[in-house]
Design a protein around this ligand. Structure first.
Ligand SMILES: Cc1cc2nc3c(=O)[nH]c(=O)nc-3n(C[C@H](O)[C@H](O)[C@H](O)COP(=O)(O)OP(=O)(O)OC[C@H]3O[C@@H](n4cnc5c(N)ncnc54)[C@H](O)[C@@H]3O)c2cc1C
Ligand code: SF4
Ligand code: SF4
Length: 403
């Protein structure tokens, strides 16, 4: 068998398990599978050189090509057209949502106003937490079912051609920043689908933990399998990681203890080399508008508030409309506030260059990251912090562990 670009990407730890390669190459050539490490990987059955060449250009693991230009003073947070904190007025959606329910609100509002026919978004399965996949939502109820963050892998693009070729429907696409990159790369390669996507919404993302992270939390309890109704957060802000076991007993763990102490130790190498956790390429990026105490985000339970970064006029227009229809409540926010609410994202955007340099020295591979101000942003970081990032990544890659 010829050597496979896809296999190389995967072996380097750069695959995000998005499933684009299964769609492009066909299931008889590449099939996504869940492996023991708790991540979804492409299994190569046949190498088709011309298809592999396409994946080499569009794989989001190696290609992040920002197409929303920003001014020099926007280099850390990307282009900001409008900035708000806010929440949806529908209290069920606000409570179920991860932060202020703004992402779900946008889905419901886009359907209700006829902006799109469907919302492409990730949903889960109440009876099996390993079955996260892309769904098309057509109603408020469909969108609400998908609300809340799943800190785990998902099948995103495995059915993309089947969905798009079925009819001529238009979509709002919701995903992580790397899902938005993947979609944009896909649309550049297959421009015939471009006008089918009217709006993109990105959740702000610090990393995708493996399913082993989820299992590690479940196994801390004396729960009896099978477990069901597992949620990572939501039902409050930030809400609890919770699930029921075979005997319907409910187990819970705080966000700080679940994400902060377990899940974030199960991230992919690629997430540690991520140039964009803040939805730089999306029309709208949404995260947590954490309140801060002593300079650190405060995770005490309260009513959800989203951080909303609108990057395009299309994004700002729909949010303004939703506000005037009293569908959402928005409050202006100063750009300086983002750093207080999202300190991890600030550090990542200003220190990544050091990690990428270590990765290049160890693996001889440089990633196709374009128009992201990665090296310029290092001037916002202290040299000692950059040195620590470099050393940590370099040392861990030597030990063949995730950096
Ligand atoms: C892996 C991961 C890492 C995160 N890291 C951060 C962070 O660093 N900072 C921060 O502020 N917030 C982070 N979040 C939370 C996320 O940004 C919040 O969900 C965001 O504030 C949106 O809240 P909401 O109430 O508006 O969304 P909701 O109304 O709850 O909607 C959430 C949307 O996310 C989609 N979704 C859920 N899980 C996934 C997934 N695995 N892949 C793709 N789409 C998914 C759902 O389909 C839904 O449309 C992370 C979430 C995930 C899944
Ligand atoms: S296209 Fe997606 S699934 Fe395929 S190698 Fe790249 S990240 Fe992995
Ligand atoms: S950290 Fe980056 S690469 Fe990892 S899941 Fe989030 S957006 Fe994707």
């Amino acid at each position: 068998m010829n050597s496979s670009v896809i296999e190389k990407i995967d072996k380097l730890g750069l695959c995000l398990g998005c499933g684009l390669c299964e769609s492009v190459c066909g299931k008889d050539a590449v099939e996504m599978e869940l492996r023991e490490d708790g991540f979804i990987h492409p299994k190569i059955k046949k190498v088709i050189p011309e298809k592999e060449a396409i994946i080499n250009r569009i794989c989001p693991g190696t290609n992040v090509i920002n197409d929303i230009d920003f001014e020099p003073n926007e280099s850390v947070w990307g282009h900001v057209d409008k900035l708000w904190s806010g929440f949806v007025t529908d209290t069920e959606v606000r409570t179920k949502g991860s932060s202020g329910g703004i992402v779900s609100a946008l889905g419901i509002y886009a359907l209700r106003t006829g902006l799109v026919d469907g919302v492409m978004q990730v949903g889960g399965d109440a009876n099996d937490y390993e079955r996260n996949s892309l769904r098309v939502s057509y109603t408020r109820e469909d969108v609400v079912k998908c609300a809340s963050s799943r800190y785990a892998p998902a099948h995103i693009f495995t059915e993309i051609f089947n969905i798009l070729d079925k009819d001529k429907q238009t979509y709002l696409f919701i995903g992580k920043p790397c899902d938005i990159s993947a979609l944009k790369n896909f649309l550049n390669e297959f421009p015939q689908y471009k006008d089918r996507f009217k709006l993109t919404v990105s959740i702000i993302c610090a990393g995708m933990p493996s399913f082993n992270g989820t299992a590690a939390i479940i196994n801390e309890f004396d729960a009896e399998y099978p477990v069901k109704d597992l949620v990572y957060r939501g039902n409050g802000w930030p809400g609890y990681f919770s699930f029921k076991d075979k005997k319907e007993k409910l187990y819970r763990k705080t966000y700080n203890d679940s994400w902060g102490k377990v899940l974030n130790r199960h991230l992919k190498l690629r997430c540690k080399l991520c140039p964009d956790g803040i939805g730089i390429q999306a029309d709208i990026a949404v995260g947590d508008a954490w309140e801060t105490t002593d300079g650190y985000p405060d995770f005490a339970e309260k009513d959800g508030q989203s951080l909303i970064i609108s990057r395009t006029s299309v994004g700002s227009t729909i949010l303004r409309q939703a506000e005037s229809d009293q569908f959402v409540v928005l409050a202006d926010l100063a750009v300086a506030k983002i750093k207080l609410m999202q300190p991890y994202q600030f550090n990542r955007r200003t220190r990544l260059g050091a990690r990428l340099f270590a990765f290049y020295l160890r693996k001889g591979v440089s990633l196709n990251y374009k128009n992201l101000a990665i090296y310029g942003n290092m001037s916002y970081s202290k040299p000692i912090s950059l040195l620590k990032e470099f050393k940590g990544t370099y040392t861990r890659l030597k030990k063949r562990r995730n950096a």
